[in-house]
Design a protein around this ligand. Structure first.
Ligand code: ADP
Length: 449
């Protein structure tokens, strides 16, 4: 692969800014793309060049492959960084860029395809030696569902093979619920993804969500950068993430990390990826792999000191990994709070103009955000407006710092999720690291007023 000289960032918001910063540090020219609604956005202001790619609706702009390829050709960009969301896990996009001689900063289209289909992903994971949730071998049909459910044991979860964002999932607690759960899951999956194929898994009662960050060079070298605990979720959306997981010790971390790195070596995986698990009673169960950078990647950067976007660009340029597994040093603890323009209790979106914006600072504090005073948040996109990442030598120090930093952060004019984090930082279960994937919803229900 030729070295990269100009990167087009096919995204918006904080992640576009994040990638832009890496380009600047590496001395690579950057091109921002934006919809008409984002003409004033920070990623557009800071990029070397920018191209308007269409009207506000994502399908006409940030998801418009032809416009993005045309923007590459107009600006002479020789590579595209897709960020997360939008086209980041679109195999067709990777194929089209390839056909145009433009480098896709990510894995091969084949690997995106394999991991994008959950049944194939699970089969692949299993074959690579990764532990998976007990479940159906392949697709579940209305006629074989009951038999399969009996073999797995109740409760079971019916999931869409094309799934994403927690849609198309249905629980069946006992035999009487199987038929209905399968047919609802199939019709939801068809409506959401245009594919009605579903599969079945054992439903785990009180798991944690723990995911492993991996990096591969595409030639059979791969490393892991430890795990992130993303158990604090609402409607399957992550809210607060930690590295390392309060639930794992060093041996457990290195064991699951090595299983994942080894699987990526066998797969000859290229780029950054995340292998997601549910973790219960000391056991890991693979649920899916994301073949892209994730929102919560900065907590891994905080504890390893490794810039994941630098690594992605280096790998895409053919430069391989900058570190070996033995050189990866884990240091301290990091927490990320997702700051959404939403009501902190109902999570109803709160777009509007930010009248006052003051970001905190100090040792161990990072704010990734495209927001600024006077910024008008457009109503067309997801409500994440920033991420607060705090690092400390220990989890206790990290929590103390986070409490101070939350007091300092001011965002006026719109509602944000900041007050929720101020509540959580004073909670005893959170202080103890004692929570599972249901904890946050139960807490919100318990403390609703
Ligand atoms: P999606 O791609 O739709 O996000 P995932 O497979 O990643 O689907 O699952 C999303 C979330 O659903 C998980 O983080 C977890 O909270 C829950 N979940 C998924 N599979 C199971 C299972 N077998 N048992 C219990 N909860 C599950």
């Amino acid at each position: 692969m030729p070295p990269i000289s100009k990167i087009l960032i096919a995204n918006r918001g904080e992640i576009a800014l994040r990638v832009l910063r890496a380009c600047k540090e590496l001395g690579i020219a950057s091109v921002a793309v934006h919809s008409t609604a984002d003409a004033d956005a920070m990623h557009v202001r800071l990029a070397d060049e920018s191209v308007c790619i269409g009207p506000p609706q994502s399908r006409d702009s940030y998801l418009n492959i032809h416009q993005i390829v045309a923007a590459c050709e107009i600006t002479g960009a020789d590579a595209v960084h897709p960020g997360y969301g939008f086209l980041s896990e679109n195999a067709r996009f990777a194929d089209i860029l390839d056909a145009h001689g433009i480098t896709f900063i990510g894995p091969t289209a084949d690997h995106i395809r394999i991991m994008g289909d959950k049944i194939t992903a699970k089969d692949t994971a299993k074959a690579l030696g990764i532990p998976v949730v007990p479940g159906s071998a392949g697709e579940v049909l209305p006629e074989n569902a009951l038999q399969i459910a009996r073999e797995i044991g109740f409760p079971v979860l019916i999931k869409a093979t094309a799934g994403g964002g927690g849609r198309g999932m249905k629980i069946a607690k006992d035999e009487s619920e199987v038929e209905e759960a399968v047919s609802t899951a199939r019709s939801e999956a068809l409506a959401a993804f245009g594919n009605d194929a579903v599969y079945m898994e054992k439903y785990l009662g009180k798991p944690r969500h723990i995911e492993v960050q991996v990096l591969g060079d595409g030639e059979g070298n791969a490393i892991h950068l430890g795990e992130r605990d993303c158990s604090l979720q609402r409607r399957h959306q992550k809210v607060w993430e930690e590295a390392n997981s309060p639930a794992l010790n060093v041996e457990q971390r290195m064991k699951i990390g090595e299983i994942c790195a080894d699987a990526m070596r066998k797969l000859k995986y290229r780029g950054a990826g995340t292998i997601e698990f549910l973790y219960e009673n000391g056991e890991f169960f693979f649920i899916e792999m994301n073949t892209r950078l994730q929102v919560e990647h900065p907590i891994t950067e905080a504890i390893t000191g490794i810039d994941l976007v630098h690594e992605q660009i280096r790998i895409a340029s053919g430069g391989g990994l900058s570190v070996t597994q033995a050189e990866v040093v884990f240091s301290g603890h990091a927490i990320e709070c997702r700051i959404n323009a939403e009501d902190p209790r109902t999570f109803v979106p709160s777009p509007g103009t930010i009248t006052h914006f003051h970001a905190p600072g100090g040792l161990g504090v990072r704010v990734d955000s495209g927001a600024y005073q006077g910024y008008k948040i457009p109503p067309y996109y997801d409500s994440l407006i920033g991420k607060l990442i705090v690092h400390g030598r220990t989890r206790v120090e990290c929590m103390m710092r986070l409490r101070r930093v939350l007091d300092e952060f001011v965002i006026d004019g719109i509602k944000t999720t900041l007050p929720l984090f101020q509540d959580l930082i004073s909670n005893q279960d959170i202080a103890n690291g004692d929570y599972d994937i249901h904890w946050l919803e139960e807490y919100l229900a318990r403390t609703a007023h």
